[in-house]
Design a protein around this ligand. Structure first.
Ligand code: ADP
Length: 461
């Protein structure tokens, strides 16, 4: 957006109470943003989270169903009822659960409340990876080679598509997410079976057998662009992140900015993302995810929600992304223009998971002792404390350790010190693994690809 185009419209969707339809660290993060903005909060929870101490920080804390997420955090009717009963004017879905559910966005708005996220239509378009790819191609965003259409049923046509793309290819579910529903195919002889298995998986996991195919990039980095849009036709990008440290397609460490990428290479790609937002009438926060290989960017998907790793961009941009998201939902015009957004220093985030550091099996139970790091440039986003019982029902993420320093080497040093200060007893966590990773020379030199962590883990086992 060129500066000077910041509109000065009056807030249209004002609300004073936000229902937080999530749990754990992100529920607490959203609660804090609401408090900072002077908004009242309603926190819903499952029976398993009833004792969670962060609930007491909300103006209202309400149990909406049993431990299983299907009957609580994914239960649209129960959440809407809770919102009506408590007089909430808006619903914040956080990440995961109902955050990218178009029907939920619509149901919230049909009930006369504000959904703190994009419209149902934007969510539906971007949730269908084929439709998303078409929209991106139309906006001039570079995509992974491969057609933006569903794979046909007859094998001969599928084979022809694979040949045209060139092996290796990757078969992906149009409705996939969470790193599931994709399969790499190295040669023609493996294609038919791979398509059949992925189709069945897609049908079962995502309710749609639709698949598409693209080139499998062999040594890419995962780089993503954070955008922020209001409802007045203003959109900006807040910087980029490198999330290449992944295990089973799940991010473990994230950083901002992505190291070693020249502004003149990322700039045009980010500008195309901003254009795409304006073309699809996007509102609120979102992330364009790319693979980056040999100096070129390839769009893979857009996440139409707040992301786990948003803090690294908050640290380097100085912008509170959750507050900005809520203000955009209130109908306020963006407070920043593109030319006033700058990257300051370097930030890392470590995801602290309750899991065994070698087998990666989830570890539930009581945290008996907890020591968290502190000092300049250190931020910990967590809902846990000594005496907190980690539930076996949900995601294993128990906290995020974030550091911010003037340069990447200084941020690495700060993270090493912060990890050394952190102690969690009573359950297993991936802290030992994170400490080793921050001592690794290749990681420290920056720019490792998405396969690096798994190879590194294999060498150590
Ligand atoms: P999800 O929605 O399940 O997260 P994505 O499309 O974002 O799926 O892909 C997740 C991860 O899978 C990427 O970060 C990357 O590691 C890998 N991946 C996806 N598409 C490709 C591709 N075309 N080539 C190589 N790796 C890929």
């Amino acid at each position: 957006m060129p500066d000077g185009q910041v509109h000065s419209a009056r807030p249209e969707n004002s609300f004073d109470t936000v229902l937080i339809a999530n749990r754990g660290e992100i529920a607490l993060r959203i609660l804090r943003a609401c408090k900072d903005l002077g908004l009242k909060t309603v926190m819903v929870c499952s029976q398993a989270d009833r004792q969670a101490s962060y609930g007491a920080l909300a103006d209202t804390f309400l149990c909406i169903g049993p431990a299983g997420a299907g009957k609580s955090y994914l239960n649209k009717d129960a959440i809407l009822l809770a919102a009506r009963l408590t007089g909430a004017g808006a619903v914040h879905p956080g990440y995961g659960f109902l955050s990218e559910n178009a029907a939920f966005s619509k149901a919230v708005e049909d009930a006369g409340m504000v959904f703190i996220g994009p419209t149902a239509q934007s969510i539906a378009t971007m949730g269908d990876k084929i439709a998303a790819k078409s929209a991106m191609i139309a906006a001039g965003v570079p995509c992974v080679p491969g057609p933006d259409c569903e794979l046909p049923d007859d094998h001969a046509s599928v084979e022809a598509i694979a040949l045209q793309i060139g092996y290796p290819v990757i078969v992906k579910a149009a409705g996939g997410g969470g790193g599931r529903g994709m399969r790499v195919v190295l040669e023609a002889s493996a294609l038919q079976e791979a398509v059949a298995i992925t189709r069945e998986e897609a049908r079962q996991a995502f309710g749609s057998p639709a698949l598409y195919m693209e080139k499998f990039l062999q040594h890419p980095r995962h780089i993503e662009i954070q955008v922020l849009c209001d409802v007045h036709g203003n959109a900006v990008w807040l910087g980029h992140r490198d999330c290449s440290m992944q295990r089973r397609h799940q991010k473990v460490v994230e950083e901002a900015p992505a190291p070693g990428i020249a502004p003149d290479i990322i700039g045009p790609v980010a500008e195309a993302c901003v254009r795409a937002c304006l073309q699809i009438g996007y509102r609120g926060v979102g992330t364009f995810e790319f693979l980056y290989e040999d100096g070129a960017f390839y769009f893979i998907e857009m996440n139409t929600r707040l992301q786990v790793e948003h803090p690294v961009t908050e640290m380097t941009s100085g912008i509170d992304i959750v507050q900005a998201q809520i203000k955009a939902a209130q109908g306020m015009p963006l407070e920043v223009g593109q030319s006033s957004i700058a990257v300051d220093g370097h930030a890392f985030e470590c995801r602290i998971n309750a899991e065994d550091p070698t087998t990666f099996l989830a570890s539930a139970g009581m945290i008996t002792a907890l020591k968290l790091p502190s000092g300049p440039g250190i931020r910990v986003d967590t809902h846990v404390h000594a005496g907190y019982k980690v539930s076996p029902y949900y995601d294993s993420l128990i906290g995020k350790l974030i550091v911010h320093a003037p340069s990447r080497p200084e941020a690495i040093a700060a993270m090493r010190a912060a990890l050394a200060e952190t102690e969690i007893e009573g359950i297993s966590t991936n802290l030992p693994l994170l400490r080793l990773l921050f001592d690794d020379e290749s990681f420290a030199s920056g720019g490792t690809d998405i396969h690096y962590l798994e190879k590194w883990l294999k060498q150590r086992s």
